[in-house]
Design a protein around this ligand. Structure first.
Ligand SMILES: Nc1ncnc2c1ncn2[C@@H]1O[C@H](COP(=O)(O)OP(=O)(O)OP(=O)(O)O)[C@@H](O)[C@H]1O
Ligand SMILES: [Mg+2]
Length: 291
């Protein structure tokens, strides 16, 4: 149980990856575990340091994107996996920005020629770069898969002006991060943001941001539209699990040590390429990502 000095933090809940604690009325502690999900199923095997990669990368981006939107980061703890943050009233939607046609966006396009109400040119291939990035909101499903919704539905949920503000912030974040990543050999195909509102009614970026768990990162050198792309991080585990003939429902399979090591190496490599920092330097002093 994390401590805050005199009073113990109150455990608010467990997400698939994070443990959430209240430090006081205004501050939360988000602790990223090493749990990994494949096809939305949490595996029984953990990937050492994965939570530190997610926390370090999020903090790296939070420190560099304040010109686009304020965020919830207050501090990174010395364990490298715990983030003290401002408590927000989260918007009831996830905000996905897509620069490439993949995943549920590709499926919607094949079915309807559009993605969440964005009409797209005919004849696009799977994983093709879009003429310009689009924002596609999704409802946060309590169980199962999130559902894409259109602009009218999201405006009904959060209000038209709030949505316009969130959409502009998400696009600016995506453009900045995609350009940063591309210069380092990584395509940011799409990414999901969670925004909330603080006590003063200000829109604030929360949760994790621009990590391998919230984004599709593709190695640029291997990019070949016309089918699915290898994902940067989870491909080893996914391929291994599929090779077992697993039906993608709970419980997931145990993962052998070599697959765990390969997966950890890919998470760490993504961290190092994107931040330009050695992961060991982050472990020694997590504050390096904030400079
Ligand atoms: N600043 C904040 N204030 C309040 N809640 C927050 C804040 N930042 C993140 N959260 C919430 O904390 C939780 C983080 O936990 P985690 O990422 O493990 O959840 P999750 O399993 O990904 O949830 P989901 O399946 O809905 O994505 C999310 O529900 C997120 O909305
Ligand atoms: Mg999450």
């Amino acid at each position: 149980m994390p401590e805050t000095g005199s009073t113990a933090a109150v455990h608010l809940g467990s997400g698939k990856v994070r443990e959430l604690y209240a430090l006081d009325d205004e501050r939360l502690l988000l602790v990223a575990s090493d749990r990994i999900s494949v096809f939305d199923v949490i595996l029984p095997t953990e990937v050492p340091d994965k939570g530190r990669v997610l926390t370090g990368l999020s903090a790296f981006w939070f420190a560099r994107t304040l010109e686009f939107v304020p965020n919830h980061l207050l501090s990174v703890r010395e364990d490298g996996r715990s983030l003290e943050c401002k408590r927000l009233e989260m918007l009831p939607v996830e905000i996905v920005v897509r620069g490439y046609l993949s995943g549920s966006g590709w499926k919607d396009y094949v079915r309807t020629g559009a993605v969440c109400g964005h009409a797209l040119p005919a004849g696009l291939q799977e994983s093709e770069r879009l003429p310009s990035p689009i924002v596609t909101p999704a409802t946060k499903a309590q169980s199962g898969h999130d559902e894409n919704i259109d602009a009218a539905a999201v405006a009904a949920l959060v209000g038209f002006e709030r949505w316009a503000e969130a959409e502009a912030a998400a696009l600016a974040l995506y453009r900045f991060a995609a350009e940063h990543a591309e210069a380092r050999g990584i395509i940011l195909a799409d990414t999901k943001f969670e925004l909330g509102v603080d006590r003063d009614g200000v829109l604030v970026l929360g949760d994790e941001a621009l990590t391998p768990d919230s984004s599709r990162f593709w190695p640029a050198a291997a990019y070949a539209p016309g089918g699915p792309q290898p994902s940067y991080d989870k491909q080893y585990v996914r391929d291994y699990c599929e090779s077992l003939g697993w039906d993608k429902t709970y419980p997931g399979p145990e993962v052998p040590a070599d697959v765990v090591a390969g997966t950890r190496a890919r998470y760490v490599e993504a961290f190092e390429l994107l931040t330009g920092l050695a992961f060991d330097d982050y472990l020694a002093d997590p504050q390096v990502v904030l400079r």
